[in-house]
Design a protein around this ligand. Sequence first.
Ligand code: SF4
Length: 421
Amino acid sequence: MNVYDSEVLKGILFKKGYSETIKPQEADLIVVNTCSVREHAETRAIGRLNELSRYKLENPEIKLAVIGCMAQRLGEKFLKEVPALDFVLGTEELFKLPEYLDKKNEKPLVALSLSRLREIQVLPRRKHICTAFVAISRGCDNFCSYCVVPYVRGPEKHRKVSDIIKEVQCLIEYGCREVSLIGQNVNSYKDDGYDFADLLREVSKTDIQRIRFMTSHPRDLSPKLIQAMAFLEKVCEHLHLPLQSGSDKILDKMDRKYSSEDYLRLVDSARSKIQNLSLTTDLIVGFPGEKDDDFQKTLEMVDKIEFDSAFMFKYSPREGTKAFLSEDDVPQEEKIKRLQALIELQKDIAKKKNQELVGKTEEVLIDGKSKRDKANWKGKGRSNKTVIISKEKENKDLFGKIVKVRITKADSFTLFGEIEK
Ligand code: SF4
């Protein structure tokens, strides 16, 4: 969501005549978008902002803005952490940055309004992107006990189907081939009788070539949505379904509102209906009260389900959440040990699953050059796995093309292959 917000804000600023620079000393405006999900991200953001403050001290004309979840969470307090700030704009105020820039502000401006039901109309976006996020909703009503999102992004709000379609069409005109429909919980999407499966069908009717979505809350993953994924050709066979823990006791403390059995049933149903489904997840270790046998249950679930990949984290207490009131009783060393064991297990599973694809063909949308070898193109398969394409070093411009790639090699994180001639 932060990537999307930054992208949209960039589009609005470009329309106002701004252009992008990667050199802070050349900038008139420096914007840092922030995440509050983990403490580590917040500490890094403060460090980065203080580092960037020196450009403002050298040239007071430069405007320094912090936007997003952490701005929403800290508000005025941010000015104590980073005194050089000109703007602290929360998660719904950030799109108004260009308006605020036009006003003469003697003092730093802190704007955190969350009360309005915000309609995001069709927004200016960057040209020449082959894949783009499109927010279909904002905020969350779930209040999982560890999560700060409902507090910093406010209650769930859904965009109109017609506005989403207009934004997709605008992206198609800019050359976009794939959209990822995003929201904190896309499965609960509703607009005027349309649910998320209906929205996928409507987006499928446009000329976009591939559709992805995230994130799905297991409680709201309906049989209708699984059917839609199975039958709508443009919808990629990738489902990101956060499990968080394999222990029912911990899932209950997390207020996730499903059991490990419910989750397994969903996985069976999705795998039986959607061919070649790629399944990914999020997992937290060291949640308050997590004993060794709870953690073993997480390992067992991961072993049983065999996810294609997983985002794995140590529990990070967040002030204001329900879990913050419980003692953070799993020692740091134990959290690290559990996380390492989980990562090792998942790495082996991912490697095995990726190697099963060797010799098979993946449909890849090429989105740029490989970081390791700039001569090689890279892209994403329908499974959302990164594919590096070798032996295509001639100057042919493949950016934005969808090609068939025969997989020749795989490790835990990446597939390697050659374009089928
Ligand atoms: S569903 Fe739960 S974890 Fe996801 S954003 Fe909402 S509260 Fe946070």
